[in-house]
Design a protein around this ligand. Structure first.
Ligand code: NAD
Length: 523
């Protein structure tokens, strides 16, 4: 039975903290909306909303700020990221309070976001200079053709981010855009707007010019189109369904977009796995932020030989999870964030149970703890036809399946339209790599759940299939925010027949040249 820790302190934030942040939003012409803390139901703020005029103002200001920012050296821009990194770590108590209050997640899971921002700030500060340097590739005629490939910022990037990882997803995608010389107009989710506004405030205290990173506020369906209509590039994180709408709107304008979408992620426990370790680490992989994590595991495939041991140990760990919403590190797992999430989670579990699935742990809401708490839940006996079999739950629900071989595990893992993240457990790392390579996901963690791949900032992260088209982290996470410009200078001789030379002779000379270049293995 999951135990409960009694809430002892209020979670609504002090007005002295909230009001200056609200004042930063480029919003106020549209009617405000009330935002409530998921854990206590207490109001956090009357959140100002942006009108079309507000959005227009934000983009105009951003465009002006961007011109000056792009003229600064990369070194100057990097200095802001370094300072920002330090502020986020030094002021983590404040931002952890805000993230917890807005999302309802536990402090440990909120800290993952602080870590994500620190890692990405440090990474892009260290590689921006190299990634943005002008490249000098070989010209069509060596020496005679001199080529520079320059990098130009896109201009104003729209970062439209969801509510589940509000710090990581609104900040870690903005930092590479900014260091590449862009301005950013953010549209954080209403539920978690204060987190993004705090980050903007912190970035300005780190030296970012005012107006370069702003936030407009509003429901996606209301303001999303207005934002995309003015952006030079769109970075979107959210569901696959909304991702299609964003792609259409960006496509209509022929601007690029990066889409980070949903997942139905598999975890494979092979016959030779360290079962105890797998059972322990799988807890974080399944229940971080109450499962409201795009990368979290919703399907576990366990080899027959180790199935009983894994299930027994995993369920013991699940039952020991302490639920709570206090603003400290005492709880293992927090609340869901909305009624909508609670409804989806309840519907998936109830449907599975009604069709014959077995609940090994959890399986019910905990209104005694707060309006949206739901117990971490383990299901077996899940079959095709049950909603939870194929659809993303995005909550603390995982289904365990017995498999007889690696091939069966891989086949089951790939039986989905999603392709975001996967996890493989084995004592044989080569076997783990080989199995990983057969799984159709953008990242696979061997002997880890999601943090090994996600936290390796030099490696790209993103989805296959309906999990998205974009990449964040790594060089790809910055290069998407720039256009290249090739400047080729032809010197001395033209790329054309010399005076008096026939086209036929020119063709023969060039054919000879192509052959020599190939023989020399030149690019
Ligand atoms: P959602 O698509 O309903 O909403 C996500 C965000 O998009 C919200 O902030 C919403 O306001 C905004 N939005 C909605 N319609 C919009 C529109 N027309 N224009 C612009 N913005 C719009 O998704 P959700 O259920 O609230 O969020 C959870 C989903 O996000 C899950 O599917 C999850 O897997 C996914 N997600 C993916 C990643 C990733 O990195 N791949 C990360 C976090 C969440």
């Amino acid at each position: 039975m999951t135990t409960a820790r009694q809430l002892t302190e209020p979670t609504a934030l002090p007005v002295a903290l909230v009001q200056p942040l609200l004042d930063r939003a480029i919003a106020g012409d549209a009617p405000a909306v009330e935002v409530f803390a998921p854990v206590t139901g207490r109001k956090i703020a009357d959140l100002p909303q942006s009108s079309t005029g507000d959005i227009e103002t934000a983009f105009a200001t951003a465009r002006t700020a961007q011109q000056e920012w792009a003229r600064r050296s990369v070194r100057q821009r990097v200095a802001v990221l370094r300072k920002f990194h330090d502020i986020v770590l030094a002021e983590q108590d404040t931002i952890l309070d805000i993230v917890q209050t807005e999302t309802g997640k536990s402090r440990a899971h909120a800290f993952d976001e602080v870590g994500d921002v620190a890692v990405n700030a440090r990474y892009y500060a260290s590689v921006a200079d190299k990634l943005l340097a002008t490249r000098k590739p070989r010209g069509v005629l060596p020496v005679l053709t001199q080529v520079d490939v320059r990098h130009r910022p896109k201009g104003v990037v729209a970062v439209i981010s969801p509510w589940n990882y509000p710090l990581a997803l609104s900040v870690s995608d903005a930092l590479p855009a900014l260091v590449a010389g862009n301005a950013v107009v953010a549209r954080p989710d209403n539920q978690t707007a204060l987190t993004a506004l705090w980050a903007i405030d912190a970035a300005e205290r780190a030296g970012l010019p005012r107006g370069l990173w702003q936030a407009v506020l509003g429901r996606g369906s209301v303001v999303g189109g207005e934002v995309i209509a003015r952006a030079d590039y769109v970075d979107y994180t959210g569901s696959s369904a909304t991702g299609r709408t964003i792609a259409q709107q960006a496509g209509e304008r022929l601007i690029g977009c990066s889409l980070e979408l949903g997942g139905k992620n598999p975890l494979l426990v092979l016959a030779d796995a360290d079962v105890s370790r797998a059972a322990k680490i799988a807890i974080r992989a399944c229940f971080a932020s109450a499962g409201q994590l795009c990368e979290s595991m919703e399907r576990i495939y366990v080899h027959d030989k180790v199935y009983d041991q894994f299930v027994s140990e995993f369920v013991d760990h699940v039952r020991a999870i302490e639920l709570g919403g206090a603003l400290d590190f005492t709880s293992d797992m927090g609340s869901l964030t909305f009624q909508r999430q609670l409804d989806t989670v309840s519907a998936h579990v109830d449907d599975a149970v009604a069709q014959g699935a077995t609940v090994l742990a959890g399986g019910k809401a905990r209104p005694d703890l707060g309006p949206y708490f739901y117990e971490p839940t383990v299901l077996t006996g899940v079959r095709p036809g049950m909603t939870v079999y194929r659809e993303e739950t995005f909550g603390p629900v995982v289904s365990i399946y017995r498999v007889g071989s690696d091939d069966e595990a891989v086949e089951q893992a790939n039986d989905t339209a999603y392709g975001l993240n996967a996890s493989v457990w084995t004592k044989d790392v080569d076997r783990g790599r080989a199995v990983a390579a057969r799984i159709n996901t953008g990242s696979v963690n061997v002997n880890e759940g999601f943090i090994a791949a996600w936290g390796s900032a030099d490696a790209p992260s993103g989805g296959l299939g309906i999990s998205g088209t974009g990449r964040r982290h790594g060089p790809e996470g910055l290069l998407k925010y720039i256009d290249t410009q090739t400047i080729a200078v032809q010197r001395m001789l033209p790329i054309a027949p010399l005076p008096g030379m026939s086209e036929e002779l020119w063709a023969k000379a060039m054919t000879l040249y192509f052959g020599v270049m190939k023989a020399l293995r030149q690019k």
